[in-house]
Design a protein around this ligand. Structure first.
Ligand code: PLP
Length: 439
């Protein structure tokens, strides 16, 4: 319960004195105040004074079925009465087994390895790929490639395959070398070039590089269909299909980082399903627990798994985290997967996606409006001379009770799937006002 005696301003001051907030230049909070959230309800976040904000970004893309969701809450409460945690080395428990079986069925991969956040999943996939090639007698295959403008997390290994200058450049001396392939993000195409032709052209460059370097390449890590952190950069699925063919042909692992796009965001359960490919590794996190508890997983092929299975301890994958396979987080994930099934979410989201797109036509009042969408991800880029556009637009939307978080000049919606008709109208209209007042 929130404490009614708690003074709002007091809490903000104490937070700034005691908490180091993520992805933030703390000094900017002298001008952009923190928002103290005291509870959540459906798509709404409610601050300490009762002001409501529609969470159009699903709290950094993690929330799928609304805040304060009774089904997920009940599952966690039940698990809490049974077993809160046990270490997963040498021990096992029902929630982790059941979740691994379900994720295995859904992805067509197996032997789920767990951690607590997306960046750790990236680390695990990179280390497993590298170690696989060692175990397979190909110790020269040590290098990784990724896409231009890619994002795979902030830890040193994940940052090495990330290509966002503001996050990466400062730490460059600490990072391993990796090469970036041209991004098939359609915004980068030549005028007049089709989305598919551009994707195929980028794939040709990928093939040229991979064919030349395959002897030293462990894996190609990719965000399937949408490069979310790059500002919802979307690309033609043929690129993904070609990437799979190229990686297979030249014996390089394909790592699908579905941390952001997994669990229905692109319109299918997993983005790889659009072209029916199976990666060698899939990284999952964010929506996996419906946004309730930190959890991530990496699943891989039997071939990879078998290369570690041996009498020698050192050939095993000796990576671990203290909270690996936490039962509470697994129970939240199981409840989330149960909602997908019970509510036929993937099918129903198709209608909802079309409905959101049709309601977004009011945004055509904004000059140079080109809406793009992929499943339940919606975005448009704003032409503006305002160098502070993303901050100003964020503030203007907040004033109206809408939580938007533009990435550069890209405004996007990635709302919880439970958003209603009226809430969609509110989200779109408040966005129109916010953008018009800040371009
Ligand atoms: C968010 C994200 C990550 C990192 O996940 P964290 O839980 O923030 O560490 C990795 N890859 C992609 C594609 C992401 O969107």
């Amino acid at each position: 319960m929130s404490n009614p005696n708690l003074n709002n301003q007091d809490l903000l001051t104490r937070s700034l004195q005691s908490v180091w907030h993520p992805c933030t230049q703390m000094k900017q909070h002298e001008t952009y105040p923190l928002i103290p959230i005291s509870r959540g309800d459906g798509v709404w976040l409610v601050d300490a004074e009762g002001k409501r904000y529609l969470d159009a970004v699903s709290s950094w893309w993690v929330n799928l079925f609304g805040h304060n969701n009774p089904r997920i809450k009940d599952a966690i409460k039940q698990q809490l009465d049974t077993l809160e945690h046990v270490m997963l080395a040498g021990f096992t428990h029902e929630p982790v087994v059941e979740l691994s079986e379900k994720l295995g069925k859904l992805t067509g991969l197996g032997h789920a390895f767990y951690a607590s956040d997306g960046a750790s999943a990236t680390e695990i996939a990179l280390k497993m790929s590298f170690h696989y090639w060692r175990n397979a007698g190909k110790a020269n295959k040590t290098k990784f490639i990724s896409l231009q403008n890619s994002y795979h997390g902030e830890t040193l290994g994940a940052l090495s395959v990330t290509d966002v200058a503001i996050f990466k450049d400062t730490y460059a001396p600490l990072l391993m070398q990796s090469a970036q392939m041209p991004s098939p993000d359609f915004r980068l195409a030549e005028t007049g070039e089709s989305e598919e032709a551009f994707a195929l052209r980028c794939a040709d460059v990928l093939e040229a590089y991979v064919s030349e370097h395959s002897h030293e390449l462990a894996a190609f890590i990719i965000e399937p269909l949408v490069q979310c952190a790059a500002g919802m950069g979307m690309y033609h699925p043929v690129y993904l299909k070609r990437a799979r063919e190229i990686c297979t042909k030249y014996e390089v692992h394909l790592i699908a980082d579905e941390i952001a796009v997994g669990f229905g965001r692109t319109g299918e359960m997993f983005a790889c399903e659009w072209v029916q490919i199976k990666a060698d590794f899939i990284c999952l996190s964010k929506g996996i627990t419906g946004g309730y508890l930190p959890l991530s997983a990496v699943l891989t092929t039997d071939k990879v798994y078998q290369a570690f299975y041996d009498d020698s301890t050192a050939r095993g994958f000796l990576h671990s985290h203290s909270y690996t396979g936490n039962p509470l987080a697994c129970s939240a994930a199981l409840a989330t997967l149960a909602i997908f099934e019970a509510d036929n979410v993937i099918e129903n989201n198709k209608a909802k996606s079309a409905q959101i797109v049709s309601k977004m036509v009011v945004l055509n009042d904004i000059p140079h409006m080109h809406l793009r969408h992929q499943g339940m991800i919606f975005a448009f880029d704003v032409t503006t001379k305002n160098a502070k556009f993303s901050r100003d637009c964020y503030s203007a939307a907040l004033k109206q009770g809408l939580l938007l978080r533009p990435i550069g000049n890209t405004v996007y919606f990635m709302p919880p799937y439970t958003i209603t008709d009226n809430e969609i109208d509110f989200m779109v209209n408040a966005t129109l006002e916010a953008v018009k007042s800040t371009v």
